[in-house]
Design a protein around this ligand. Structure first.
Ligand code: TMP
Ligand code: ASP
Length: 237
């Protein structure tokens, strides 16, 4: 697969065209941002970890019946993925209160919900990714009703699979963000990445944060936390 020109550079990844019009190459960077790009930094080795972790989890999800954009890992930082047009919704599933949920509703972090929640944000940097409901998403023609139903079904399935897997690694899956895309025939597939950048992962025993919140909140030990979750994943996959 030949890597051609760069199409796009995001906050954490670059995307390249390939000789196949239906395939792209993503390249994971060590750059980290938070608060809509306001806070910037580097997490050494993050790109390598996120590339490998996302690919392993996506392959696990494929086996469980969730279609994904994953095609083939090329090297430490680069992966071939199916070309999709991204549905401009960030899909957030929560099992435990944390982050913006705790802030918005004035509750402490760590409340275990009886059943998982789902919410959507409109992917729009200029607007700061505002919270949006399904009716608004339909009104704005961001997705069809059928697509939203499919996305919800896949998102809860991803939660069940990932929750079980992370628990076997001694890690609590608190919440996470997913993005979905459409293949050229309209099929909805899971896209973007699943990594400590996009999930809250807490040690089951100590509650220690093993994810990007260490960077967002200046808790220190960011690189070690990413390495720790990656090691646990490799020992249990
Ligand atoms: P939140 O509590 O800040 O809304 O975040 C919920 C989850 O989504 C958390 O696991 C982090 C992830 N997330 C992203 O992946 N990208 C983002 O831009 C934001 C705000 C959150
Ligand atoms: N990556 C997002 C940003 O820079 C936010 C986050 O993950 O907290 O805006």
């Amino acid at each position: 697969m030949e890597k051609l020109e760069q199409l796009y550079e995001g906050k954490a990844k670059k995307v390249f065209r390939t000789s196949d019009p239906e395939k792209l190459i993503v390249s994971y960077k060590d750059d980290a941002t938070a608060f809509n790009g306001l806070k910037k930094g580097t997490i050494a080795g993050k790109g390598v970890i996120n590339n490998k972790m996302s690919n392993l989890l996506m392959q696990m999800l494929e086996k469980a019946g969730v279609p994904t954009h994953f095609v083939e890992e090329l090297n430490d930082r680069e992966t071939v993925v199916k070309r999709v047009s991204i549905v401009p919704l960030e899909v957030i599933i929560r099992n435990i209160s944390a982050g913006s949920f705790a802030k918005r509703y004035g509750v402490k972090e760590g409340i275990v919900f009886d059943s998982p929640t789902i919410e959507f944000s409109y992917k729009n940097d200029e607007l700061g990714d505002p919270l949006i409901n399904a009716y608004h998403a339909l009104a704005l023609k961001l997705a069809t009703e059928e697509e939203i139903e499919t996305i919800k079904r896949y998102a809860f399935k991803v939660n069940e699979e990932l929750k079980r897997f992370w628990l076997s690694c001694g890690v609590t899956l608190v919440d996470f963000k997913l993005e979905f895309g459409r293949l050229s025939d309209g099929t909805i597939v899971l896209a973007d990445e699943i990594s400590p950048d996009t999930c809250r992962l807490w040690d089951v025993k100590t509650g220690e944060k093993l994810d990007k919140d260490r960077f967002r909140r200046d808790l220190g030990g960011v690189e070690d936390a990413y390495k720790e979750v990656m090691n646990r994943l490799m020992n249990n996959i």
